[in-house]
Design a protein around this ligand. Structure first.
Ligand SMILES: [Fe+2]
Ligand SMILES: [Fe+2]
Length: 191
């Protein structure tokens, strides 16, 4: 697994615990967004069969996570939150945009690999530190899924692009991700 260049402070788990419903609402919105992003990647590159197959599967899996988090909200008498942009994702997408279609695909795969790695870090922290044992189990399971997605995006990047090029982008984007993450307030949100 890639090593992130900014470690989320342990206090983040307490921030989440203090507003669990707010966090779950943000988490649900995130699952919905990643499901949509995976599907739109499939639709943008219909000629890449293996990518399409993988993205259709990932999109469905993320939508199942969305449903799971929605159930957690309902069990707490809460509803879905208001749809709102994720400043972390917005900044990263803007920084990594590229007019060339192939480069854009490379950037997307590298970016998603890093974002899933961040998801792994944070879900694993919740799987370890939340006080509710059943929620801990849920987040451990979700962390495993993020680790699988992380590996999948890396594998796809290396399948379609030169290894040295992928490594060069990883090197650069890991720094950018750390900088963007460090700039986010430590709130009851996934990013
Ligand atoms: Fe997910
Ligand atoms: Fe994921």
């Amino acid at each position: 697994m890639l090593k992130l260049r900014y470690a989320t402070p342990a206090a983040w788990v307490d921030v989440v615990e203090a507003d669990l419903v707010g966090f779950l609402q943000d988490h649900a919105a995130n699952e919905h967004r990643v499901s949509r992003s995976a599907l739109s990647l499939a639709l943008q590159f219909p000629e890449r069969r293996e990518l399409v197959d993988a993205m259709v599967d990932v999109s469905m899996e993320e939508l199942e996570h969305f449903k799971l988090v929605y159930e957690l909200l309902k069990a707490r008498g809460a509803s879905l939150g208001q749809e709102h942009p994720d400043p972390y994702m917005r900044q990263l997408r803007k920084r990594l945009a590229d007019p060339d279609r192939e480069v854009w695909l490379l950037h997307r795969l590298v970016l998603f690999a890093i974002v899933e790695r961040r998801g792994y870090e944070r879900f694993a922290m919740l799987g370890d530190g939340l006080s509710d044992p059943s929620l801990r189990d849920t987040y451990q399971e979700l962390a495993r899924s993020e680790a699988r997605h992380h590996a999948l995006y890396l594998r796809l990047a290396r399948q379609y692009f030169d290894a040295a090029l992928v490594d060069e982008r990883l090197e650069r984007f890991l720094d950018i991700e750390a900088e963007v993450m460090r700039g986010q307030p430590l709130g009851p949100s996934l990013h």
